[in-house]
Design a protein around this ligand. Structure first.
Ligand SMILES: Nc1ncnc2c1ncn2[C@@H]1O[C@H](COP(=O)(O)OP(=O)(O)O)[C@@H](O)[C@H]1O
Ligand SMILES: [Mg+2]
Length: 366
């Protein structure tokens, strides 16, 4: 079992808090992604788990053992950095076998393990080549080979695809996930790229300013963002956050914004009159001629499979994803309707989601 348990992990650099009371558990074999903007504390968290940085307080358990104060070399974790520093004077085989030679693994076993790693990564034909002439994708595979050849308890990856162009990144996303499905090793993967996170993760922790805003599956994070930060960070185009002011009563299933009555999931927690936001993903917004939340078409972005229509309302711009074939005239007066069961409500003061009954169907939830 190589589960990783992080308890109240805290890191300050002087007065600055880089990681705030972080708590999460990565189950054995899980692909866990820490996602958040630059500077939110991802690398610092990862370095503490790997033993490259000491926490200010809190504990880290690896495979049931408290490793908080263990040296990095005693943790059996392989770290893959963004800048995959290969040894330029060694060939591919030597680059991959290097950690095994360091550990004093016998030659014949090293050979077998390097060849197995190369086979998994489909770089067998490159084993005796120099690394200097390799493409960046192949260099990345060699770096991965060097990590997997150790057969560690867990992998830590810090933006390993950050330096690749978007086409190669897409290929590597598929390969990394396939590699994980094969090896089943517990993995913590750090990125600021939501596409990578959504495509690969079993579980995601969305981080903001040192704190975990939400820890859940990709689908739950997309469908039920726990905060406005998560709602805004995940999804492209981003979730619409339409401001309004109201109080909410338990059992209520609609809100009123600028005269339009909008059905929402049933409210579970009462909220006294305050500043709220209605969260609606663009694909859950439709354009209608009559009724709805009124506005004027501000612009359209044709994307082949669909178009993104921006509508200026009194409450700000709202984006809707509309069929590509539909003709939408800039300046036209239109209405916006929303898919009730897919809407979120947020308290703009705290930024947190208001608790609602997601399965609008009422008696069928549970
Ligand atoms: N050794 C350090 N000394 C002082 N501040 C640091 C140090 N390492 C990281 N930080 C700060 O901690 C914050 C989080 O950094 P980091 O974990 O690298 O963020 P991320 O990986 O999410 O971009 C940043 O503001 C960074 O400047
Ligand atoms: Mg970082």
């Amino acid at each position: 079992m190589a589960d990783i348990r992080v308890e109240n992990l805290h890191k300050s650099f002087g007065d600055f808090v880089a990681v705030k009371e972080s708590n999460f558990t990565v189950a054995d074999g899980e692909f866990f992604v820490m996602l958040g903007p630059s500077g939110c504390g991802k690398t610092t968290t990862l370095r503490m788990i790997a033993g490259l940085e000491l926490p200010t307080s809190g504990a880290i358990h690896l495979a049931g053992e408290d490793v908080t104060f263990k040296r990095a070399s005693a943790r059996d974790i392989a770290f893959v950095f963004q800048l995959f520093a290969l040894y330029p004077h060694m060939n591919v085989r030597k680059n991959i076998s290097y950690p095994l030679e360091n550990q004093g693994v016998p030659r014949s076993e090293t050979r077998t393990r390097v060849e197995e790693a190369a086979r998994i990564l489909r770089i067998t034909h490159l084993l005796d080549r120099s690394v200097s002439g390799l493409s960046s994708g192949d260099r990345q595979r060699v770096a991965l080979g060097r990590a997997i050849v150790r057969e560690p308890l867990a992998f830590m990856m810090d933006e390993p695809l950050g330096a690749l162009d978007s086409e190669l990144r897409e290929v590597m996303i598929g390969e990394l996930r396939a590699l994980h499905d094969r090896l089943g090793a517990t993995t913590i993967y750090v990125t600021h790229d939501q596409t990578e996170a959504m495509a690969m993760a079993d579980k995601i922790a969305v981080m903001n300013r040192g704190s975990i805003e939400q820890f859940a599956s990709p689908q739950e994070i997309y469908d039920r963002p726990a905060s406005m930060f998560v709602a805004d960070f995940i999804g492209d185009p981003a979730m619409n956050l339409i401001p309004f002011q109201a109080g909410l009563e338990v059992g209520q299933a609609h809100v009123r914004i600028a005269g339009a009555e909008i059905a929402v999931p049933t409210i579970r927690e009462g909220v006294a009159e305050t500043h709220l936001a209605l969260g609606a993903r663009p694909e859950h917004v439709a354009l209608v001629d009559d009724g709805g939340l009124r506005g004027e078409v501000y612009g359209t972005e044709y994307l082949g499979t669909h178009q993104v229509v921006t509508v200026a309302t009194y409450e700000g711009h709202v984006r809707a994803i509309v069929e590509a074939e539909r003709s939408v005239r800039v300046g036209a007066n239109v209405g916006l309707t929303f898919r009730p069961e897919r809407l979120s409500l947020f308290d703009r003061g705290s930024g947190r989601a208001v608790s609602t009954d997601w399965s609008l169907g009422g008696p069928h939830h549970g």
